[in-house]
Design a binder for this molecule. Sequence first.
Ligand SMILES: [Zn+2]
Length: 496
Amino acid sequence: MLRPSEPHETATRFTTSSLTRPTRAFPPFPLRLDSIARTAVLCALPLFAACAESSAPQPDVLLVTIDTLRSDFLSTYGYPRKSTPNLDALADQGAVFENHYTTIATTAPAHATLFTGLFAREHGLTKNGQSLSAELTNLPNIFREHGYRTAASIGASILGSKHGFATGFDDFDEDFGESVLRPSGKSGKYERYAQSVVDRAISLAQKPGDRPLFLWVHLYDPHEPYAPPIASPLKPEDNLAFFRKRAEPSKTYNRELLGRMLAGYEAEVYYVDREFGRLLDAWDKRPTGPNSLVVVTSDHGEGLGEHSYQGHGFLLYDEQVRVPLILRLNGRVNAGTRVDAVSSAVDFGATLLELAGIGDLPGFRGRSLFSDSGRLTRSKPVFAERRFFTEMDLERSDALRKLTNTYAERAIGSIGEKCVLIDDGWKFIWNESGRHELYHLVEDSREAANVIAKQAARAAEMLAEIEVWRKRESRTQADEEPADSETESMLDALGY
Ligand SMILES: [Zn+2]
């Protein structure tokens, strides 16, 4: 069973507004006033300008997924150095979702969620090297069915045609030629710099045609190794002062190592922002550019020493699961909007479809982050998960072996399943070991103090809620399905 038949149980919408939107009528949703997250001051404010149905053409859509981009390294999200001037400019022109979460901190499963509106346990792609099922309703197919030309330029072959991600695209550029190698020594065959991805994307965007265009651009650069092709103009300095808000030097990651990781990652973020700026300049010079929908998000964040871990996919703390979401649609989304309400990538696809005037569709678990009245929906509980990890997985990974020697995993356990529920400012991490965690994100943004013993009633309530979510869909694809040898080589080269 690949398609869920139930709507999102926890969806919440406002229904009162005089604004009009060119969308179909929505079914009634239950209103849950008990699940308003941390802050929702903007929930009652309209994000859209009024727009008459008859005058709304289908906008071109530029979707940029920047791999491994944690939101707190963007200056528009509060990073203290000017790391992302081009993304900041986009943010000023549109809406920024301050508390946005991926559903799983692994590249292919997270992108599958963006394209299908399903959790990994529902779409069945739970780890890299597996393939997106052609049976699922997916975003590019929907755009194509609604008259769009669909095109993509990607930065890593985990998201290539071999793994089902070219489905629905008229043009799909995945040419990882020798001239565009990344310098990691062995991975050049499977990835390429943003400069190359953007060059190809600009060519695709400039291809003549009379249909509206849906263009997906995937930039892989912030992923390890932290080795951009240009030097960052952000001069080396002691940026640990900012970072200390999230991580302290530890036995595993001393001050020097932390500083090196930070500088390398920051330089990657700066580089990928520069290339994004080049792409957006070219995009906006097209006649339809200024009135297009531009969306930037990421598949997951990156641990940089927090919780004694570097990388992503294994833990569910914010550094790995909290990602940017920025969107611009001139004349529809008010410039400078900042959304504090918690939001999830499971709602991403439906949001895009609604903004493009297509509306949401059967087969999508997610629901648009905007109501049919043009207002942001209230915060609702957000779920995320990681794939099942075995003893053998831990043995094979340097990072995981290091982690199992630290306090965090000795205390919590590392084998099996983990999932998380974020609601009303609280974060509950469910661990297969039974040693669950509870953090108050407002008071403890570093997720350092597990207060599950002190907050027993809240913990019991959240445990019950997450158990319901866990049981809703059983996993549909075996986690241990063997990969072929070429896929194994790719995963090894990319560092998985
Ligand atoms: Zn990724």
